[in-house]
Design a protein around this ligand. Structure first.
Ligand code: SF4
Ligand code: SF4
Length: 341
């Protein structure tokens, strides 16, 4: 079943909105897994609607916005980020059990995100190239979407998510109606906004024909091709578009076709781990070549004693330490204090 439909069904099964709001506001949580926090910042960016959201929902957990912490149960839980570590695979099962509706937000949570580039590559080579002490990094060999682990009720795509789609989803949840989330190609958005096509006008490659809209065609509006961050639209003919770039059929007059590896690389971006996009990169290439260059030959001096732990603050709290912190007593409005997500 389509996730938007599942959200609609779940919302319809909920108590009548007027009764719900009259008795108590739905408890909403916002949590993160492996992500850059950009989608959470988008929630804070909807300034004109924040008061309205706060009136309709009781936001009880949102580490990006407040130090007040709370555990479930949640009526709605917004989850940002992919499952990239063993701890996150356990954590998402716990969160699912605490949430009546679980909504995944952003390319990381819905498609694995940019970190899923390692999914089709040599995991150890990536770890060695990126981190000076790979042994301290307990990561999975894959970065996968949340839906690979638990049931998901709805999804908002994008890198980051679109504020309008977030408002639409929250509004639909609070009124018990079906969310209206588009499933058209970015090209339609270009036409509506009268943006010149960068493929036709400038001979640039663009993933707009195979990508779901929602961003407002922002990249073509700035004269760049679409990067596909909202992921493949339903029925996307990615093989056909890739072939058009390789043969030059999609180029403007006089342009030659493109190197197949460059075309494969186009599809290996924010949502490159989705099956329609990954099939192109699998066929044409475009992933990082091995061996990758190690960042450091040996651990830096400061890490020789081992990785820092959450429990041991003696080193940073020692008297006389510059920047020493005093957490002070817990305030009365703090509910529970778990590890910071
Ligand atoms: S989808 Fe993009 S903006 Fe959102 S958390 Fe992932 S990388 Fe950041
Ligand atoms: S610029 Fe890209 S998204 Fe816009 S019409 Fe052309 S191919 Fe489609």
């Amino acid at each position: 079943m389509d996730v938007a439909v599942r959200a609609s069904a779940a919302a319809s099964a909920a108590p009548a909105p007027s009764r719900t709001i009259a008795t108590r506001r739905p408890r909403v949580g916002v949590v993160k897994l492996a992500s850059c926090d950009g989608c959470q910042l988008t929630i804070l960016d909807v300034e004109d609607h924040l008061l309205e959201i706060a009136e309709r929902f009781d936001i009880v957990e949102f580490a990006e916005a407040t130090s007040r912490r709370s555990s479930g149960p949640f009526d709605v839980l917004l989850v940002e980020g992919s499952i990239s570590t063993p701890e996150q695979a356990v954590e998402i099962a716990r969160l699912r059990a605490e949430a009546r509706l679980l909504v995944v937000i952003g390319a990381c949570a819905t498609a694995g995100g940019i970190q899923a580039l390692r999914t089709a590559a040599e995991h150890e080579a990536f770890r060695t190239a990126v981190y000076p002490v790979p042994a301290y990094v307990d990561s999975l060999a894959t970065a996968r979407p949340v839906a690979d682990f638990v049931h998901v009720d709805a999804e908002l795509r994008g890198c980051p998510i679109a504020p309008e789609q977030l408002i639409e989803l929250l509004t639909s949840l609070s009124t018990g109606r079906r969310p209206q989330l588009p499933d058209q190609a970015v090209c339609l958005e270009c036409k509506r906004r009268r943006i010149p096509c960068v493929v036709v006008a400038r001979g640039l490659p663009c993933l707009g024909p195979v990508t779901r809209t929602g961003c407002g065609a922002i990249c073509p509006a700035f004269g760049r091709g679409c990067y596909g961050c909202f992921g493949p639209r339903e029925g996307a003919n990615t093989a056909g578009l890739a072939q058009a770039f390789v043969t030059g059929a999609a180029a403007s007059d006089g342009e030659r076709g493109r190197d197949p590896v460059d075309v494969g690389r186009l599809f290996a971006g924010f949502t490159g781990a989705t099956a329609p996009f990954r099939s192109v990169t699998d066929a044409l290439g475009g992933r990082p070549t091995l061996p990758l260059r190690a960042t450091l030959a040996s651990p830096p001096e400061t890490l020789r004693e081992g990785p820092p732990t959450w429990g041991d603050r003696s080193a940073i709290d020692a008297p006389g330490t510059p920047g020493r912190t005093d957490p002070g007593p817990a305030t009365s409005n703090e509910e529970t204090h778990g590890p910071r997500r």
